[in-house]
Design a protein. Structure first.
Length: 323
C-alpha cells in the first residue's frame, strides 16, 4: 500500500460518515390534538410516510456529523423534482437526547447562511435540520425560473402551503429520532425563511419554540403604501383592485393572521431597526400580536445585520437550549 493510499484509508477509517450505513424507515404522522385551531389548508390527517438518511460528512474536531435526509412531500405538484423534500441533518456527536431545530433559508437561497446556522447549533448541542423549501435547491426543475416567492400570488400561496406541510413531516421525523428530545423541538428562519418558520410554528403545535430572524408579520401594512411599490399599486387600483382584496389574498400566508397561536410557544424575534427590506414595524406587529415575548433589536439594516451574526446566534442558542 502506498503512503497516499494508507493516508486515505486512515482518513476514511476515522470518519464515521464514510463507514456508516444509510438508514431508511417509515413514520406514522399523528397530529397533536384535534387541529381545530389550525386552518383546514394546513391540517394533515394521520398517515405514514417513508424516509431515508445517508451519511454525508463528519467534523470530529467540532463534534458534528451531517446526514442527507429525504422524504416525499405530502403535496404532489406537476413538477416531479418539487415533490421530494431534501434536508441536511446536523447532529451533535455528544450523548443525547438533544433539542432539535428546523432551519429555513433566505430569499436568495444560497444555503450558506442556513448551513452555517444549522452546524453552529449542532456544535452547541442542538441538532439542526436544514430543510429546503418548495422550489428551492434540488426541488427546482432544471433550467426553470420557478421560485417559492413569485409575482404569481396564487403560486406563492400554494408553495408556502406545501412548505408548511413539508415542515410538519420534518417535525415528525425529528420527533421519531431516539437522540432527540421530542419536548424540545423548534423552528427558525431568516428573512423569507423567518416568515415561513413563524407560519409553520403556528400550524405545528409540536414546535414549542420559534425564532424569527429579520421577519415579522403584516405584509399589507408594511408594503402596500411603500413608495417603491407606488407604480404597481396605482396600476392595480386603476384596474379595480383594492387594499382589502390584497389583505384577503395574503391572509393565508401572513403570520399575523393566526399570530395568537404563537402565544403558546416560546418566541424569540431578532429585528433590525433600520431594515430596508423587512420594515421594523413587521417585527413589532408580530411581537405585539404574540404577547410581547422576547425581542432583540440590532442597530443595523437588513444586509448590515450580518455584522451581528455571532451575537444573534448566541441569543438563538440560548433560546433553544433553555427548558
Amino acid at each position: 500500500m502506498t503512503r497516499i493510499s494508507l493516508f486515505l484509508a486512515l482518513i476514511i477509517a476515522s470518519n464515521p460518515a464514510f463507514a456508516s450505513e444509510p438508514e431508511a424507515g417509515s413514520i406514522q404522522f399523528i397530529a397533536r390534538g384535534d387541529q381545530a385551531d389550525i386552518p383546514e389548508r394546513y391540517r394533515l390527517a394521520p398517515h405514514e410516510f417513508a424516509w431515508t438518511m445517508t451519511p454525508k460528512a463528519d467534523w470530529p474536531i467540532t463534534g458534528v456529523e451531517m446526514f442527507d435526509v429525504r422524504f416525499p412531500s405530502p403535496v404532489t405538484t406537476k413538477h416531479v423534482e418539487n415533490n421530494t423534500v431534501y434536508a441536511e441533518y446536523y447532529r451533535p456527536k455528544t450523548k443525547g437526547p438533544h433539542p432539535a431545530v428546523i432551519v429555513l433559508d433566505i430569499t436568495g437561497g444560497s444555503q450558506k447562511l442556513s448551513r452555517t446556522i444549522a452546524r453552529h447549533l449542532a456544535q452547541n448541542g442542538i441538532a439542526g435540520l436544514f430543510v429546503q423549501m418548495a422550489y428551492y435547491g434540488p426541488r427546482r426543475p432544471p433550467n426553470s425560473k420557478l421560485r417559492l416567492l413569485s409575482t404569481d400570488v396564487d403560486h406563492t400561496i400554494e408553495a408556502v402551503r406545501q412548505t408548511v406541510l413539508d415542515l410538519r413531516r420534518a417535525t415528525a421525523f425529528l420527533e421519531s429520532r431516539s437522540e432527540i428530545d421530542p419536548k424540545q423541538l423548534g423552528i427558525m428562519g431568516t428573512s423569507l425563511g423567518s416568515f415561513v418558520a413563524a407560519l409553520a410554528g403556528e400550524m405545528e403545535p409540536k414546535l414549542s419554540k420559534v425564532c424569527v430572524l429579520l421577519g415579522g408579520g403584516g405584509f399589507v401594512d408594511a408594503y402596500y403604501d411603500d413608495l417603491r411599490a407606488a407604480p404597481f399599486r396605482i396600476a392595480y387600483e386603476l384596474s379595480g383592485g383594492s387594499r382589502k382584496a390584497v389583505e384577503k389574498w395574503l391572509a393565508p400566508i401572513d403570520p399575523l393572521t393566526h399570530a395568537d397561536l404563537l402565544r403558546t410557544r416560546k418566541l424569540l424575534i431578532v429585528g433590525a431597526r433600520h431594515d430596508e427590506i423587512v420594515p421594523a414595524k413587521m417585527a413589532e406587529n408580530l411581537w405585539n400580536a404574540t404577547g410581547r415575548q422576547q425581542i432583540i433589536w440590532l442597530d443595523a439594516g437588513h444586509y448590515t445585520s450580518a455584522v451581528y451574526l455571532l451575537t444573534s446566534l448566541s441569543h438563538v442558542v440560548e433560546h433553544f437550549r433553555a427548558k
